[in-house]
Design a protein around this ligand. Structure first.
Ligand SMILES: Cc1cc2nc3c(=O)[nH]c(=O)nc-3n(C[C@H](O)[C@H](O)[C@H](O)COP(=O)(O)OP(=O)(O)OC[C@H]3O[C@@H](n4cnc5c(N)ncnc54)[C@H](O)[C@@H]3O)c2cc1C
Length: 398
């Protein structure tokens, strides 16, 4: 009898966790199942590239996990019962149920309309591949001079607006930010951002509180409006409602609350990682939804699970930040160095070199999914006899 580990979601964090668990644990002792709705890995960090007509490298999971010992199950997760330790799924054969001994929840996130009226009906999103493809198709149909308004002045909004303006210089691109443009960046970072945004001809609406999206315009507070043939909504991410419907302890936004090992604080056989989890980072500040957080969270969860199952000391993954890497189109970029708790410091890297740096970071993130132990040789450890699965002892001891 082997210990059943189910990983839900094969995005950056889930795919890394599954692959790393397979590298750390002996194949005869564990059955690792990775459940994902789609058959290939989606590089979410490149969705603005996909939306502007660029083609991304296909990354089928069947190739990525061939020979690793991870079993891929193509299915949509519809619910989790943490009391009975089951996951409800729907696949091509209909509804089914999977049982686990340890669950890793990594279902990621989607766009966040923040309840602003008209957003779901009239705005486009690029937090998901279907959303990015829909936007791609719409942008392709726009004619010269037509207006695209990107709502949201955060990292995704900056990347989206600059990518669209660079790819389609014939369009009239605007960015609506709640505060000042790049107000969290260092003075050097802000200066560079303004320079690039100006060169690309992007109109910036600062202190713009968007109160609604309508066909053909974005409504602002105090009755003003920005005309928009296409509105792109990028005001942060929201998690899927599955965790909130369970008995797991979640935040008000539905993210699973975890300890420093990524283990649920309410259910010790559940781990959560990536955007779906609420974990504390350096300075006791919550980690933000990002690949930059999701990757070390995945390392930490996989190593903690493996350590607990094999009776070893739990190693600590570095959960601090180092830089924010922002693409500003394909030819420009901004690398803003930060403290471990994500506050901008003076140093920045700009220009073509920064664009190349960011490209390498994106490539590295995808490489990291296929090489979850960073290519380092590892020894698979045996699960100890004390670890029980549904009342049955796991066979084999080191
Ligand atoms: C345009 C854009 C640019 C970004 N740029 C950066 C960046 O430069 N740096 C950075 O750090 N972060 C960036 N991010 C954020 C980053 O992409 C996310 O934080 C990251 O993808 C989260 O990883 P995850 O593993 O938690 O979830 P995801 O990558 O979202 O993966 C979740 C997986 O779960 C699957 N799934 C979801 N629901 C179900 C279900 N019900 N059943 C089965 N499977 C399901 C999905 O198909 C997916 O494979 C960017 C995001 C976007 C949209």
């Amino acid at each position: 009898m082997s210990h059943r580990i189910i990983v839900l979601g094969a995005g950056y964090s889930g795919a890394i966790a599954a692959g790393r668990l397979a590298k750390r644990l002996h194949r005869e002792d564990v059955a690792i199942t990775l459940v994902n709705a789609e058959p290939d890995f989606v590089e979410r960090v490149r969705m603005h590239q996909l939306a502007t007509g660029q083609d991304l490298t296909p990354r089928p999971f069947a190739e990525m996990f061939a020979g690793t010992g991870v079993e891929l199950k193509l299915a949509k997760v519809t619910g989790v019962d943490v009391d009975h330790k089951t996951v409800a799924v729907v696949d091509e054969n209909g509804a089914g149920q999977l049982s686990y001994d340890t669950l890793v929840y990594a279902l990621g996130s989607g766009w966040n309309t923040r309840g602003v009226p008209g957003t779901a009906e009239h705005a486009y999103e690029l937090a998901s591949r279907p959303g990015a493809l829909r936007l791609r198709e719409r942008l392709a149909r726009l004619g010269a001079g037509q207006r695209v308004v990107v709502v949201g002045g955060g990292l995704t909004g900056l990347e989206a607006a600059t990518e669209i303006a660079e790819a389609r210089p014939d369009l009239d691109v605007a960015l609506a930010a709640r505060g000042e443009l790049g107000d969290w960046l260092s003075p050097n970072g802000r200066r560079h951002l303004r320079k690039v945004v100006g060169k690309l001809g992007i109109t910036v609406h600062e202190h713009a509180a968007v109160t609604g999206v309508e066909a053909g315009r974005v409504a602002l507070a105090e009755g003003e409006a920005i005309p928009a043939e296409v509105t792109v909504w990028t005001t942060g991410f929201a998690v899927h409602p599955i965790a909130q419907a369970t008995d797991l302890r979640v935040t008000g936004a539905g993210r699973i609350v975890v300890d420093e090992t990524m283990r649920s604080v309410s259910h010790p056989d559940v781990y959560a990682i990536g955007d779906a989890a609420s974990a504390m980072g350096a300075g006791n500040k919550p980690l933000r939804m990002s690949c930059a957080s999701g990757t070390p969270m995945a390392w930490q969860a996989a190593d903690a699970i493996a350590a607990r199952l094999t009776g070893r000391k739990i190693p600590k993954a570095p959960l601090g930040y180092f830089n924010q890497c922002i693409s500003l189109g394909r030819k420009e970029g901004l690398i803003q160095y930060v403290t471990s708790d994500d506050r901008a410091v003076r140093a920045v890297l700009t220009g073509r070199f920064a664009a190349l740096y960011k490209e390498l970071v994106c490539k590295g993130a995808a490489w990291g999914v296929a090489h979850p132990t960073l290519g380092l040789p590892v020894r698979r450890h045996r699960v100890t006899r004390e670890q029980v699965t549904s009342g049955e002892a796991v066979r084999a001891v080191a």
